[in-house]
Design a protein around this ligand. Structure first.
Ligand code: NAD
Ligand code: UDP
Length: 310
């Protein structure tokens, strides 16, 4: 039997490179597309010379012709600092990138998995969030390029399914952390770890009482693989349902690295969601999936990795 031919867009990034590892370890073929905006070749260093692996510098806003069985569509900056750097490009990446990948999926009969996000729920009025919640997104704010970009990407997937019978899988990813996050990407886990390792104060935006639910990358990728291999279209929440305030996260990181560091306040960015927690009943039922790694364990692994990078 021929190995499955996978296309991973955004494969040089944080989640993409962990997915590539799992696909390569399963003896599959992988073509990775990336424009290196936030991705790094070093994340894929172990596969570069491998005969089943190919890396192409390509921007998903441009069409491409390839023969593949599965498309894992992850290309899009994910950290607010990065997606707000060029917001028009972010919206273009989400819309045109997903449109181009769906066009490819349709032409070659591939199944496409979209890496969507909990950001489609915006600043949610209900907590925790089920997949049926339609969200509370500001269409004109500084996060909109990303949130609305992912919402139209989901819409495109479902219209391709209805009109062209394209096989789609839509995954709503909640905050994920782990090795290979960029140290300067501005996300809260990498910021706190880097600040603590450098002996600097940890920066709480606002009062630090806003919440997030943090999923360790290995759990997340397991959920992604199960969704692609399942008969479930989604949208489906994949995340860790344990909810923490940002202040609690700061205390956990500080206590693991330098317990006497101060926490300082900075202004809360515009439209910053006040709460976020997934309901994962659907993932449990349809994919027999739930996260296994507790925040303390995941943070220890992530801190070890960041320490080695310094
Ligand atoms: P990341 O920034 O590390 O990875 C994104 C990758 O896409 C990078 O390698 C980047 O260079 C590439 N890319 C960006 N624009 C591109 C373009 N126009 N053409 C080709 N490549 C492009 O981010 P990540 O955390 O690995 O996120 C991966 C996906 O998962 C994204 O679609 C993101 O929206 C989604 N997601 C991530 C999280 C999270 O917590 N990490 C949460 C929700 C959703
Ligand atoms: N945050 C913080 N200090 C930081 C970076 C982020 O308090 O140094 C907060 C941010 O305001 C948000 C939460 O942490 O409320 C998560 O931010 P992140 O950018 O990681 O993810 P997102 O907001 O996209 O969920």
């Amino acid at each position: 039997m021929q190995p499955t031919r996978n296309l991973v867009t955004g494969g040089a990034g944080f989640l993409g490179s962990h997915l590539v590892d799992r696909l390569m370890q399963a003896d599959e073929e992988v073509i990775c597309l990336d424009n290196y905006f936030t991705g790094r070749k070093v994340n894929l260093a172990q596969w570069i010379e491998h005969p089943r692996f190919e890396l192409i510098r390509h921007d998903v806003t441009e069409p491409i012709k390839l023969e593949v069985d599965r498309i894992w569509h992850l290309a899009c900056p994910a950290s607010p600092v990065h997606y707000q750097f060029n917001p028009i490009k972010t919206a273009k990446t989400s819309f045109l990138g997903t449109y181009n990948m769906l066009g490819l999926a349709r032409r070659v009969g591939a199944r496409l998995l979209l890496a969507s996000t909990s950001e489609v729920y915006g600043d949610p009025e209900i907590n925790p969030q089920p997949e049926s919640y339609r969200g509370c997104v500001n269409t004109i704010g500084i996060r909109s390029c990303y949130d609305e970009g992912k919402r139209i990407a989901e819409t495109l997937c479902f219209d391709y399914q209805r009109i062209h019978a394209t096989e789609i899988r839509v995954m709503r990813i909640f905050n994920t952390y782990g090795p290979r996050m960029l140290p300067d990407d501005g996300r809260v886990v990498s910021n706190f770890i880097m600040q603590a390792l450098r002996g600097e104060p940890l920066t709480l935006y606002g009062d630090g009482l806003q919440t997030r639910s943090f999923c360790y990358v290995d759990d997340l990728i397991e959920g992604m693989l199960r969704l692609m291999n399942s008969d479930t279209t989604g949208p489906i929440n994949i995340g860790n349902p344990s909810e923490f305030t940002i202040r609690q996260l700061a205390e956990l990181v500080r206590n693991s690295i330098q317990p006497n560091l101060p926490l300082i306040s900075k202004p809360l960015p515009q439209d910053d969601p006040m709460q976020r927690q997934p309901i994962i009943d659907l993932a449990k039922k349809e994919l027999d999936w739930e996260p296994l790694i507790q925040l303390e364990d995941g943070l220890t692994r992530t801190i070890d990795w960041f320490r080695k990078q310094l």
